[in-house]
Design a protein around this ligand. Structure first.
Ligand code: SF4
Length: 217
């Protein structure tokens, strides 16, 4: 698939998504500081949007900074973020992350992708999303939706999300980088689902070669 077709697809997706509720992290990012955005990104991994939103609301009533988070015990932190996926592991990651922020960045969230990636527990998806939402930076956040859908379209041919990010950095026009994740997450949650996508209702069906799709509706 070339960029001329991709632009057609993205135009249609924008109309299709219209006034749908944006993903949880976009909503959180509209009114939060970099620390809350970074923590929210970590909590959102493999967790439903409504669970992420309520866990963030609960946690941020008590926690305003890395320093205040470190005052909570791991058990207290687990209770605040429950029932996000892997809440026990995420509570430990948050403690380590906040120590790291205090030790190396004076309690502030760093503003570059390179520095974000040095933080303990922060992978490429979280680093890119934080860069985009907190600092209006140039990143491409590749999660499971972006990886799956761009491969179904044949826009990339990759085996992992990291490979997809590298491929997108090489060919996706820069003006789409920051919005790409938001659009594809919305599309992936409602239409191009992981199992049995709704191809009969898909606004971009005529452009899609459905690579790797065995079953659809
Ligand atoms: S046609 Fe099916 S596989 Fe292709 S983008 Fe649409 S929903 Fe996804």
């Amino acid at each position: 698939m070339n960029n001329r077709i991709l632009v057609q697809i993205l135009r249609r997706l924008k109309i299709f998504l219209g006034s749908r509720t944006p993903p949880a992290m976009v909503k959180i990012g509209q009114k939060a500081d970099p620390f809350r955005i970074l923590v929210g990104c970590l909590l959102s991994s493999r967790t439903r949007d409504e669970v992420t939103e309520s866990a963030c609301a609960r946690l941020f009533r008590r926690v305003k900074s890395p320093r205040t988070l470190l005052k909570l015990s791991t058990r207290q932190l687990e209770r605040e973020i429950y029932p996000v996926a892997f809440y026990r592991n995420k509570a430990r990651v948050l403690k380590t992350l906040c120590s790291d922020l205090g030790d190396r960045f004076n309690g502030e969230v760093p503003e570059t992708l390179e520095d974000l990636l040095t933080l303990k527990g922060v992978g490429r998806k979280t680093a890119n999303l934080t860069l985009i939402l907190a600092f209006d930076g140039m990143g491409i956040c590749v999660d499971t939706h972006v990886h799956r859908i761009t491969n179904r379209w044949g826009y990339v041919e990759t085996a992992t999300p990291d490979q997809t990010e590298a491929a997108l950095r090489g060919k996706l026009p820069a003006r789409y980088w920051r919005s790409f994740n938001e659009w594809l997450v919305g599309f992936g949650q409602t239409c191009c689902k992981p199992m049995s996508p709704l191809c009969s209702e898909c606004p971009v069906e005529k452009y899609c070669p459905r690579i790797g799709v065995d079953r659809h509706r």
